[in-house]
Ligand binder design. Structure first.
Ligand code: ZN
Length: 330
């Protein structure tokens, strides 16, 4: 903790500072990059032009108010992944940029379907406490814009976990032809806020949405659970139309995740791995079928060990993708 009040240094972009002198040992790599990168960029831009000609899912307002989700059920577990110095930034908020589906999306069982994947939290939220602590309207109340999330005792953060699982699930879904939109892709300094996370799915007109989290409950509790939206009609919230389809998605995800990962359903919350809540902005404000999954309890030794294993995360991602596929093709 340094108490620093000036904005932290901007994350270096290895491709934007080529004019700066580098140590001699870097030069061959830089020379190679100077040839390869423009070629790759031109190719990528070409793909983007083709993909965006049919559907532009990357454009959305960036001036929105608002928030992120607190999913810890006990409210007392230590908050994981704080910033190294815990300082709040006074720098400008960066716009959110959801990731579009693969350029070649359009073939496979999910062709024409759009999926919203929401990696809970953001690895840098701890550096932006002022921004993420802002209260946002979730219809029936107000909540913090976002939270830092939890972590394992070894320091593996929920935000790292959620983004990794989402990346893996995105690949599977894209391979099946879906257009996959992410609420954040490690490409913004904090957030998005929970209301923006919902709005990104709404504006993408997602056919289904899954928000990936890990819990920070008391260490004695273990297992995963799926959270489905309660009926909330208040202010900007109106889940009436999505309660039933979200329930169908939730049951599919519960069954698929249990079978695919071997993780038991939560011992400490919900019923048979299912819970319904009306206090999560990401669900209250969603106009598309959406569920959360708490993949396990990071404070529990056994769950933490599994979630820290890349092979287990692949199985978790497979389960998420399979549940979405069943939902969208059923
Ligand atoms: Zn979370």
């Amino acid at each position: 903790m340094t108490g620093r009040t000036t904005p932290p240094p901007v994350e270096p972009d290895p491709f934007s500072d080529s004019s700066e002198p580098r140590p001699a040992r870097w030069r061959p790599a830089v020379k190679l990059a100077s040839v390869v990168l423009p070629v790759c960029l031109i190719g990528w831009l070409g793909w983007q032009a083709v993909a965006n000609s049919s559907r532009d899912v990357s454009a959305h307002p960036t001036s929105s108010p608002h928030f992120a989700e607190g999913d810890r059920v006990d409210g007392g577990a230590p908050t994981g992944s704080p910033a190294p110095d815990g300082s709040a930034s006074t720098g400008p908020a960066a716009p959110s940029s959801p990731s579009a589906g693969a350029p070649d999306a359009g073939k496979g069982p999910l062709a024409g379907k759009t999926v919203l994947l929401d990696p809970g939290h953001n690895t840098a939220n701890g550096k932006h406490t002022t921004e993420i602590n802002r209260q946002v309207d979730i219809g029936n109340g107000h909540k913090e814009c976002d939270t830092t999330g939890t972590s394992t005792n070894a320091g593996y953060s929920e935000a790292e976990f959620t983004l990794d699982v989402v990346h893996r699930a995105r690949q599977i879904l894209q391979d099946r032809g879906a257009t996959v939109v992410l609420t954040q892709d490690g490409d913004r300094p904090w957030g998005p806020c929970i209301d923006e996370r919902a709005r990104i799915g709404n504006e993408a007109k997602a056919d289904a949405a899954v928000s990936v989290h890990a819990d920070g409950a008391p260490a004695s509790g273990s297992g995963f659970h799926v959270i489905m939206p309660a009926k909330v009609v208040a202010g900007p919230a109106d889940t009436a139309a999505v309660v039933d389809p979200s329930h169908r998605l939730g049951v599919l995800l519960r069954d698929t995740f249990k079978a695919g990962t071997g993780e038991p359903t939560a011992s400490y919350i919900g019923q048979q791995g299912l819970d319904t809540r009306g206090d999560l902005g990401g669900l209250n404000l969603s106009k598309v079928p959406k569920v959360f999954i708490e993949c396990g309890n990071m404070r529990n030794t056994g769950d933490a060990k599994r979630m820290s294993d890349p092979e287990w995360r692949q199985r978790a991602a497979q389960a998420v993708a399979d549940a979405l596929t069943s939902y969208l093709t059923g």
